[in-house]
Design a protein around this ligand. Sequence first.
Ligand SMILES: N[C@@H](CCC(=O)N[C@@H](CS)C(=O)NCC(=O)O)C(=O)O
Length: 217
Amino acid sequence: MVNLYKLDASPPTRACLIACELFNVPVQLIDVNVLDGEHLTPDLLKKNPLHTVPILEDGSLVIQDSHAILMYLADVYGKQESFYPKDPKHRALVNQKLYFNGTILFPRMRNITIPLVVEGIKEIPKKRQYLDAIEEAYGFIEEFLSRSKYLAGDNITIADIAAYPTVTSLILLLELNTQKYPKTQAWLKDLEKLPYVQKGNAKGLLDFKDIVESKLA
Ligand SMILES: N[C@@H](CCC(=O)N[C@@H](CS)C(=O)NCC(=O)O)C(=O)O
């Protein structure tokens, strides 16, 4: 049994919840109310000095960062290789999109949510560059999805599982123009239909929406 320290509203947490559903991981879920500072307790800071969720604990092994957690879960519990291919070339393409989520998509969301949730600013930051950065990211996704059905090829991989919760959250901050980004819209609809994606993402996405709306003036 592994422990997953989580906040449902958090997109990286939701990616791990989707993976736990998909890979049937025997998991104990432990809520960490980040908004109340529960992630800053000495015990959790010992597990993760970066004070973020999700955190996965498997015996004495503690993993921070959803992408590292997804890779681990796929390696240990994934029965179908296609979600995280072992072939180095194919795996490199999946890793590339995992880093895309971790270094481009998620930080561009965080630029908007931190001022709202942590700094108490009561409107979507006016800084045009934040919204432009999201719009640009939509363009990147559309381009990827015009080259293959999923982010890293013609099968769903953990890269889609990482990005889906981020994108479903981003579109609550900046609407996705479905005329301009039809492939992205089709990808969203396609993933939404999967029961394990629904189970891992739907409740937390609503929590995210409630938090954002409650912070807006
Ligand atoms: N790259 C990390 C990002 C995790 C992250 O920033 N989590 C947020 C919630 S969405 C958090 O715990 N923030 C609390 C903090 O930074 O103090 C991951 O993928 O796990």
